[in-house]
Design a protein around this ligand. Structure first.
Ligand code: NAD
Length: 435
């Protein structure tokens, strides 16, 4: 029995500590990390190693803006860990991004890659800028200068960025081109989330939603619920939310509510999802004015009586204040950090199965891994092969963690953190500390 069961009797497990009053994704991640470390009886040295990023780089990014002035932005890249392989993680362009946020997100990537067994460590990058107020030319200059400042960090065998908030396929194409110009050869594998024509992978855009649905179906199967008899509520109707909705709909599930920033739409008979997607495409990307459902609030959507709840919008949506009102049997975390650590034990006590973000939305990084593999092989797979391998990896990861959860009577989230931390620390012990 490898785990320290006494931790269940510690004050933390029964009643989360006061620091959780100010929930934040970083604090939530650290609480779960600490908890898993206690379960594993991780020694202090290993704890400190895993709590500290291996590399943090801050750079100035000067560009000449469209009005001829010099503007200077701040950019970051944090490599949390590279024990399992080159580090992997998105690049975020946002006005409020800062090094602490990037550090937390980088650690999150380490655990996510370990959970789905892709051979990557975790990293994250950010540039403090507002892409909505910048021209394409300015965005290109910021991206290229940022990439050139990170030439010693990035590399197909070192650190591989991907899109995140405020960045897209075009930004990835500029990173690939800038890196390639400096290395004097085309290096497609230095970045993922590229356009397919530049070495991107088929199925990458749908991968996160597809992964959410694969693990949701696996969870329903464990509970003996048929997908065709399932009611589902989904918060957020962007990439992850709309693809999850479409694939659950194709499984015969009844999608009783969907939402976006314009509000939530409830129809107890079930919403026609292909029509909702077509509506959003025609309506400048929003559900505003959607009529196939009664308007309710996003808060009400979370508390609907349904089998599956998929929060796929943003962090901190279910906390200690509303956790007791959740009626779903399964919560599949499409978004990163939609449930705060202070809500974990409330949901667990209510018998709700939470499929944690580091498993549920890991389909994106899994197909990023496939993209990297295809770029290195110079051989590109069919969409059918990508989807088949994605489904297999997600199902295997779910089964593995579910077995751990059952065996040690812990939550699926605890099982995910324990598995990830154990995997990274065991690998580090074998590699040893150089120097
Ligand atoms: P997106 O921008 O495509 O969609 C976000 C959706 O959420 C939009 O419909 C938006 O209107 C809605 N939204 C925003 N605020 C809301 C609110 N307060 N209430 C209800 N809806 C709201 O983003 P995405 O790529 O779908 O990402 C969603 C979440 O999934 C984020 O947490 C992201 O970090 C996470 N995630 C995304 C990927 C990916 O591959 N896209 C991978 C892993 C995790």
């Amino acid at each position: 029995m490898p785990y320290n069961k006494d931790v269940f009797n510690t004050p933390y497990y029964k009643e989360p500590g006061p620091k959780l009053d100010k929930d934040s994704p970083f604090e939530s991640m650290m609480e779960r990390f600490r908890f898993a470390a206690e379960l594993l009886e991780l020694d202090e040295g290993m704890f400190n190693y895993l709590a500290s990023p291996v590399k943090q780089v801050t750079v100035s990014i000067p560009i000449v803006s469209d009005d001829g002035q010099i503007k200077v932005y701040e950019g970051y890249r944090v490599v949390h860990d590279n024990v399992l392989g080159p580090s992997k993680g998105g690049l975020r362009f946002a006005p409020d991004v800062n090094i602490d946020e990037v550090k937390a997100l980088a650690a999150w990537m380490t655990w996510k890659c370990a959970v789905v067994n892709v051979p990557f460590g975790g990293a994250k990058g950010g540039v403090r800028c507002n892409p909505r107020e910048m021209s394409q030319r300015e965005l290109e200059h910021v991206t290229r200068r940022y990439t050139s400042e990170m030439l010693d960090v990035f590399g197909p065998d070192q650190d591989i960025p991907a899109p995140d908030m405020g960045t897209n396929e075009q930004v990835m194409a500029w990173i690939m081109d800038t890196y390639s110009m400096h290395s004097r050869q085309t290096e497609t594998a230095v970045v993922t989330g590229k356009p397919i024509i530049l070495g991107g992978s088929r199925g990458r855009k749908e991968a996160t939603g597809r992964g959410v649905v694969t693990v949701t179906l696996a969870a329903l199967n464990k509970m003996g619920i048929m997908p065709g008899k399932t009611s589902v509520a989904i918060q957020g109707f962007g990439n992850v939310g709309s693809i999850s909705a479409k694939l659950m709909y194709e499984q015969g599930a009844k999608i009783i509510a969907i939402s976006d920033v314009s509000g939530a739409y409830y129809n107890k008979k079930g919403i026609n999802i292909p029509e909702a997607i077509a509506y959003v495409e025609k309506n400048s990307g929003t559900l505003e004015g959607f009529t196939d459902g009664d308007k309710i609030t996003n808060a009400e959507l979370l508390e609907l009586d349904c089998d599956v709840l998929i929060p796929a919008a943003k962090e901190d949506q279910i906390d200690r204040k509303n956790a007791a009102n959740i009626k779903a049997k399964i919560i599949a975390e499409g978004a990163n950090g939609p449930v705060t650590a202070s809500a974990d034990s409330i949901l667990d006590d209510a018998g709700i199965l939470v499929i944690p973000d580091i498993l549920a939305n890991a389909g994106g990084v899994t197909v990023s891994y496939f993209e990297w593999v295809q770029d290195r092989q110079g051989y590109f797979w069919t969409e059918e092969r990508v989807n088949r391998r994605l489904n297999r990896m997600m199902r295997d990861a779910f089964q593995l963690l579910y077995d751990e959860k059952e065996k040690y009577n812990i939550t699926l989230r605890q099982a995910a953190y324990v598995y990830a931390i154990q995997k990274v620390s065991n690998t580090l012990r074998l590699r040893g500390i150089y120097g």
